[in-house]
Design a protein around this ligand. Structure first.
Ligand SMILES: Cc1ncc(COP(=O)(O)O)c(C=O)c1O
Length: 379
């Protein structure tokens, strides 16, 4: 099956008891057994739920993986991966990543004895130089949040293959419609399904997809033991979101391209960060590993002051000033004070995330209306 067909049909069977075409929301905490240990594969809803099961199957198939596991948030999915590690283990990750992931790594796991190397990951040789006998995990975001840097997944996979090092890719920005890290050799894919997979800004949700059976069993054990599982209503919402991912992503990409070019040609705009520009340093890799460039971008103004950026952020009418991304509606965000506030200022500035940087999540509205809104807000 091609991806567009999988998005609609994968994992979804008519309900055996009624024929309902949509997977029912199994709002139950437990399942009746006919005798101790005699049941229909479902014992207790933290361990198994049919709505979640349908979604886990669908998610695995759309990332071309064998297994999927769902969590109550993207951060909970990340947390499950970190639970695979032990004190003394080391992680290599980007110096430009989602602020909540940075906070989890530095404030929760560093004090448990895990060591993190926050480095630019665009150059595989630079990553290789940081690998040592304690390295157990490469944590990759590509494109990165919010500077849209591109990391070469296949090059890193070639480095970790056959070693005791897991390569996990946070594929939230690209979505499975644009990029499939397992096909490029990654061991694990993580999504904040809150974003493009859900697609309608109405759910907080996370997932992991993988091929390896043993890795799946270890993560399933963590999922049920730590208990950060999603409710069935949220599983239903993500299942429904998946069905339109392909048509939404096409529009996110075309609107994204038009707006990136509009911003770049605007006299008052400074730098535009969008991986679809041919002169973007990661363009060749993005073209190789992605099927489109998505709807995420960041920019600065020529008047590079926090004050001017703040004024713009409060002046849009269609772009809503809000955290998050990947929904049908366009959002505008100030990473320094919103999504990336948990990264210390010196660290942020050193890595190129300036106080005036503005991030856009381009929705699927009419692109002319979006451009008009930005034009009036920039002034
Ligand atoms: C790239 C990325 N990864 C992970 C997360 C965390 O996901 P959640 O908010 O669903 O916990 C986010 C949230 O913004 C994100 O943007």
């Amino acid at each position: 099956m091609k991806l567009s067909t999988k998005l609609i049909h994968a994992g979804v069977e008519p309900d055996p008891s009624t024929g309902a075409i949509m997977t029912p929301i199994y709002q139950t905490s437990t399942y009746v057994q006919s005798a101790p240990g005699k049941h229909k594969g479902y014992e207790y809803a933290r361990s198994q739920n049919p709505t979640r099961h349908a979604l886990e199957t669908a998610l695995a198939l759309i990332e071309n993986g064998r297994h999927g596991l769902c969590f109550s948030s993207g951060v909970a999915a990340t947390d499950a991966v970190l639970h695979l590690l032990a004190p003394g283990d080391e992680v290599i990750c980007a110096n430009d990543m989602y602020g909540g992931t940075y906070r989890l790594f530095t404030k929760v796991y560093e004090k448990m004895g895990i060591r993190f190397h926050f480095i630019p990951m665009q150059d595989p040789a630079h990553v290789k130089a940081h690998i040592n006998s304690n390295t157990r995990l490469l944590w990759v975001e590509t494109p990165t949040n919010p500077l849209m840097n591109i990391v070469d997944i296949a090059a890193l996979a070639a480095m970790t293959r056959g070693k005791k090092i897991l390569l996990c890719v946070d594929n939230t920005f690209a979505s499975p419609y644009l990029q499939n890290p397992l096909d490029l050799g990654a061991d694990l894919v993580m999504h904040s399904a809150t974003k493009y997979l859900g697609g309608h800004s109405d759910v907080i949700y996370g997932c992991l997809m993988m091929n390896d059976d043993e890795l799946r069993d270890r993560l399933y054990f963590i999922q049920k033991s730590c208990g950060a599982v999603p409710g069935p209503q949220d599983c239903f919402l993500v299942l429904r979101g998946l069905k339109t991912l392909h048509v939404r992503m096409d529009r996110h990409c075309s609107n994204g391209s038009a707006i990136a070019h509009f911003l770049r040609s605007h006299a008052k705009v400074g730098k535009v960060y969008w991986c679809g520009f041919e002169d973007h340093p990661g363009y060749a890799i993005a073209k190789k590993q992605m099927r489109g460039f998505g709807g995420m971008m960041s920019f600065t103004l020529k008047d590079d002051s926090t004050e001017t950026a703040m004024k713009l952020l409060s002046s849009t009418k269609l772009f809503a000033l809000a955290e998050s991304l990947g929904g049908v509606e366009s959002l505008i965000n100030h990473p320094a004070t919103m999504t990336h506030a948990s990264i210390p200022r010196e660290e942020r500035i050193k890595n190129g995330l300036s106080d005036s940087l503005i991030r856009l999540s381009i929705g699927i509205e009419d692109v002319d209306d979006l451009i008009d809104d930005l034009r009036q807000a920039i002034g």
